[in-house]
Write a protein that binds this ligand. Structure first.
Ligand code: ZN
Length: 66
């Protein structure tokens, strides 16, 4: 199985998995894991683990995870 890391939308570098973070989802109050992706330039992206087809979003708390 080949797995391709997503590219950073800001700088185009391939990203590394940054692990998981548990976040409360605003629309239904559930605590759900988000998968984090970091690029070598320090951009951090994430998306809901249960919605893998959604596009990655810029993580607003990137300073916390550095
Ligand atoms: Zn980047």
């Amino acid at each position: 199985m080949t797995y391709e890391a997503p590219a950073c939308s800001e700088c185009g570098h391939p990203m590394n998995s940054g692990g998981l973070v548990s976040v409360t989802r605003e629309d239904n109050g559930q605590r759900i894991c988000r998968t984090l992706w970091r690029c070598p330039q320090g951009h951090v992206w994430w998306r809901w683990m249960d919605r893998p087809t959604e596009p990655l979003q810029m993580c607003p708390f990137s300073n916390l995870f550095r």
